[in-house]
Design a protein around this ligand. Structure first.
Ligand code: SF4
Ligand code: SF4
Length: 290
């Protein structure tokens, strides 16, 4: 696969370094760096096109704000890319109008927000990238504690590798907390501003996704929401808890709709929004630590 990376700022640089140093260096045919450009509005995006653009299959845009994303889309078009990934990690970084415009320019376009929510889509080029970078996934050898960790898929910024280095030797019931601490020490560069689309910040959501990977591999869920089926009214309340869960808003099955609501304890980030929203007090937060 031939990949063009279009990057800006510290976040963009991290993504390029992670992707290149963890397997995709031979696939990267060009890196276009827009560090010198700080505006969000462009009258003519093509005025910022590089003089030479190689042929490519996939264009990846990381750390670009506003109309600069259109430059990445034009690079994708010029390169013949069949797919483009345009991440955002801050509210307003990629307005809906720009997404529509980019979708109309490139055959297949995805807009993971945050980038570490990227999963496979059915497009072979996007899926080839997403097999190594996107929503974190790890494997562990465990006994009472973590013996070894293998990163199957890292957050594109590299935070999953950083956390994996620090989780060996941690008792299984402390993996959730240790993964959260490792993630914050990296530190994640996602925004701390609440995104109305998520109902939470990109930083928090990225943390939930990282912790999920380590909790799932350890087989111990950590603090999570639990629905009392005797109290839950399900359809009769319209599943209000699902409306406020930031992970359900990311199209994850963290709260499932059954006769009653059901929470997946591993992907739950313990934000407590569902517990506060439930009008019947049917959700409590559980701490399974001994
Ligand atoms: S908001 Fe409460 S009552 Fe409604 S579906 Fe969720 S848990 Fe059940
Ligand atoms: S506490 Fe509730 S709203 Fe928050 S992540 Fe868990 S299930 Fe979703």
């Amino acid at each position: 696969m031939r990949i063009i990376m279009v990057a800006c700022g510290e976040y963009g640089a991290r993504v390029v370094n992670t992707v290149a140093s963890h397997g995709l260096a031979p696939d990267i045919v060009a890196v276009f760096d827009y560090d010198d450009y700080s505006g969000e509005f462009l009258d003519d995006p093509s005025s910022l096109l590089p003089p030479e653009i190689p042929d490519a299959d996939l264009t990846v845009a990381a750390g670009l704000f506003g109309d600069l994303n259109l430059v990445a889309a034009e690079i994708a078009v010029e390169s013949g890319s069949k797919a483009i990934i345009v991440e955002s990690h801050a509210p307003g970084q990629l307005p809906e109008g720009l997404k529509s415009e980019i979708s109309g320019m490139v055959e297949s376009a995805v807009f993971p927000s945050p980038f570490c929510s990227l999963d496979t889509t059915g497009n072979p080029f996007i899926d080839s990238f997403a097999s190594g970078f996107g929503k974190p996934e790890v494997e562990m050898d465990v006994k009472e504690s973590v013996l070894a960790v293998r990163v199957k898929r890292s957050a594109p910024c590299g935070s999953t590798f950083y956390v994996a280095e620090r989780i060996r030797g941690v008792p299984l019931h402390e993996v959730d907390v240790a993964a959260g601490e490792g993630f914050h020490n990296y530190p994640c560069l996602a925004s701390m501003e609440a995104d109305p689309a998520l109902g939470d910040t990109h930083l928090h959501v990225a943390g939930y996704l990282t912790r999920e990977a380590f909790k799932r591999a350890a087989g111990v869920p950590g603090v999570h929401a639990r629905v009392n089926p005797q109290e839950c009214l399900g359809e009769d309340c319209g599943f209000l808890c699902m409306d406020v869960c930031p992970l359900v808003r990311l199209s994850m099955n963290t709260i499932r709709r059954s006769v009653t609501a059901e929470v997946d304890p591993f992907s739950c980030g313990a934000c407590e929004r569902c517990a506060r929203e439930c009008p019947h007090g049917a959700i409590e937060m559980i701490n399974p630590r001994p």
